[in-house]
Design a protein around this ligand. Structure first.
Ligand code: TXA
Ligand code: MG
Length: 323
């Protein structure tokens, strides 16, 4: 079944009010957040949430993040709120998702049957306005087709979801550009399940100890179901190399992402990425989509240092390179 997808300006209060009405009737609305665009539906309406999975082609075992406008709304979705979670909530609104013990109001469809629920308050005025106008918690994964790079503009959403999403609120390019950091706050020591837009260094300023999910951990997959699935993959092959190595890898079917200027005589496309990690993160997914042109067979990416936001950038690049 296809719908006529409407594109409305996210800074128009009348458009936000109409989009909230679409959500209250069980529809799908894509909206900007500070991280990436989300594909929203009423998180407490199992049928509406089912539509998200169908629209994205998302595996049913991958739970959704529930977006709320205020901490009380988050607490109402949880059976209990551990002390570390309360401390981490001081970083909201922001690119941080907390996994909490789930309250019974949250349907299985939203949590993929998990006994936990992931929640966050997004730091984007349009997202907050939509949440307030609608008055419901909104389940929202990234608004891309499953496996594609996350959308950081309304045009990316349209390219992936035209005809399946009722409304796209266009708020321009997302400021952070990487998905939220996901922290399991149900454990005695909170654990980062997915590195993201809020660097681990920032988490350490509010909680003393924090664990990182290790890929070697046999239970890793059950804790973070999203890790099982392929991610961020352009159609072209993605190859990671050390900084400085791409210059020698030119060719007519090659595209390069590098923080260095294009070397003289280089054959192929050369995308200069911002030298500051914040700028790099913001530009990353758009660059992956842009370079994934029909004539490009290989996207060569020079890696970035794994500090601060660089950890999340490196994580997304590794996943894009997985086959
Ligand atoms: O920044 C973001 O997080 C964006 C915006 C729209 O908020 N959303 C996003 O959603 O990236 P999505 O569905 O693409 O990624 C959600 C991640 C997945 O890795 C999923 O497995 C994990 O969060 N997750 C959700 N609920 C969970 C739970 N109960 N326990 C563990 N991991 C969970
Ligand atoms: Mg996603």
């Amino acid at each position: 079944m296809t719908v006529k997808t409407a594109m409305w300006p996210a800074d128009d209060p009348a458009a936000v009010a109409r989009a909230a009405e679409v959500l209250r009737r069980g529809g799908l609305v894509a909206f900007p957040t500070e991280t990436v665009y989300g594909l929203g539906a009423d998180a407490l309406d199992a049928a509406a949430v089912g539509r998200i999975f169908a629209a994205k082609g998302r595996p049913a075992d991958n739970p959704l993040i529930v977006h709320v406008a205020a901490p009380e709304q988050a607490r109402a979705l949880a059976r209990s709120v551990p002390p570390a979670a309360e401390q981490l909530m001081s970083l909201w609104p922001g690119p941080l998702t907390l996994v909490l013990p789930r309250a019974e109001v949250v349907p299985d469809a939203t949590t993929a049957g998990q006994d936990t629920v992931a929640v966050r308050i997004p730091g984007h005025p349009a997202a907050l306005a939509l949440l307030r106008a609608c008055g419901r918690p909104l389940a929202a994964p990234s608004a891309n087709r499953s496996g594609r790079p996350s959308p950081t503009t309304a045009q990316h959403v349209l390219a992936d979801l035209d005809g399946v999403v009722d409304v796209i609120l266009d708020g321009g390019a997302c400021a952070v550009g990487l998905e939220s950091t996901v922290v399991d706050a149900t454990r005695p020591v909170p654990m980062v399940l997915r590195v993201g837009g809020l660097p681990v260094e920032a988490l350490r300023t509010v909680v003393g100890a924090i664990d990182m999910l290790s890929g070697q951990d046999p239970q890793a997959m059950s804790r973070s179901p999203g890790l099982r699935h392929r991610h961020y993959a352009p159609r072209a092959r993605v190859v990671l190399v050390a900084p400085g190595e791409a210059a020698a890898m030119g060719g007519p079917a090659v595209a390069v992402m590098s923080q260095q200027p294009r070397p003289p005589g280089f054959v192929g496309r050369w995308q200069v990425m911002p030298s500051a990690l914040e700028g790099y993160a913001q530009a990353l997914f758009a660059a992956l989509r842009e370079l994934d042109a029909p004539e490009v067979e290989t996207i060569v990416v020079e890696t970035v240092p794994e500090v601060g936001l660089g950890r999340a950038i490196a994580d997304r690049l590794r996943r894009a390179a997985e086959r």
